[in-house]
Design a protein. Structure first.
Length: 347
């Protein structure tokens, strides 16, 4: 089942004259559904990013069309990020039997789409925009709950004299129910150089995600499915190139500010798991003194699976099919570990 495209409404056609506008629109999750994929309808010519939130409740005005000025007020209660898009990214590759639960007893009573228009310049000639998302959903209950683990750095200081300014975030995973990470997305603004995520288990560092935030900001597939269990530490480092600016830059919501975000897409136990997690704890200098050397000296290469059509080659469809087959195999390999197993084996 395909949910209505939020862009298919004349009430949602946008024309702007001011930079850095955040607008939101909501619709009720009337039926109990399981989202199995997200299809973006947007262009980076107009849109800086889109975020889809699952909400317990929302502002009534959001149900009447796009409402401006919603930088942090996407929900009035129960705020959880379900999907994110930027820079002409394509749909993610989601393993079979994984669904993002909405409606019913999920706690997601409304969906809110937030769109950030960084600049009004594309609208100067009278152009309009009707960006949105199509949500591919089913009424059939899925075996596994899909979720997002957001790692976000709030202490950003980009030195204009440094090609490598770092923001470090780390949290110990304390839940008894493990999660299984299969995709990642990085987000920063123009100074972002590389964002890397690690799983630290028994003092052993393992890179699980690395991306260039100047790529299409899709959810890229991880090299394998990584189990994250109680006692693991998830550490994220954002590297910024300050030589691209002539002044200090800090965290903020404007496109002239910076951000440090690593989104991890995962699946977990459908009955005991949670669909949204956040880590915003600044990491200690001592922790990152043990980070493997050389990993942030070069910008990582662009990956081909699930890139936007403009960046894909004729061989990419074969790569995607191989990836989807691998995900199916990996899910079956992990299936017996769903539901709270805290063993120390690698996931």
């Amino acid at each position: 089942m395909v949910l209505p495209d939020l862009a298919n409404s004349t009430a949602l056609i946008v024309s702007l004259s001011i930079d850095d506008q955040y607008i939101c629109a909501s619709q009720p999750a009337i039926d109990e559904l399981y989202i199995v994929n997200f299809i973006p309808k947007a262009s980076m010519k107009f849109v800086h990013h889109m975020l889809l939130f699952g909400c317990e409740s929302v502002h009534h005005s959001y149900l009447e069309g796009y409402n401006r000025g919603c930088t942090y007020g996407e929900c009035t209660a129960g705020r959880a990020i379900m999907f994110a898009w930027a820079r002409d990214a394509d749909s993610p590759v989601i393993p079979p039997d994984v669904g993002f639960h909405i409606g019913g007893d999920s706690g997601v009573n409304y969906l809110t789409l937030q769109i950030h228009y960084a600049t009004a310049a594309p609208f100067a000639d009278g152009s309009t925009d009707s960006s949105g998302l199509t949500l591919v959903a089913t009424t059939e209950e899925q075996k596994y709950m899909g979720g997002i683990f957001l790692n976000v750095g709030m202490n950003i200081h980009v030195d204009p004299n440094s090609p490598n300014s770092h923001t470090d975030v780390a949290c110990e995973y304390k839940d008894t129910v493990p999660i299984y990470a299969f995709g990642f997305r990085t987000h920063a603004h123009s100074l972002g150089k590389v964002i890397t995520g690690f799983r630290i288990r028994n003092n052993k560092w393992e890179e699980i995600a690395q991306g260039n935030p100047q790529w299409p900001q899709a959810f890229y597939p991880m090299d394998e499915i990584y189990q994250i269990q109680r006692g693991d530490v998830i550490a994220t480092r954002c590297t910024f190139d300050g030589t691209r600016t002539d002044h200090e830059v800090h965290v903020g919501s404007k496109h002239t500010d910076e951000m440090c975000n690593l989104y991890i897409m995962y699946y977990t136990d459908s009955a005991l798991g949670e669909s949204f997690k956040v880590c915003s704890q600044q990491a200690s200098r001592d922790l990152f003194s043990h980070v493997p050397l050389g990993w942030d000296t070069d910008t990582p290469p662009l990956r081909c699976p699930r890139q936007t059509a403009a960046h894909r080659t004729g061989d990419d469809d074969d790569d995607i099919n191989m990836l989807e087959d691998k995900l199916k195999t990996d899910v079956q390999d992990q299936i017996q570990r769903i539901g709270g197993n805290d063993d120390d084996g690698d996931g």
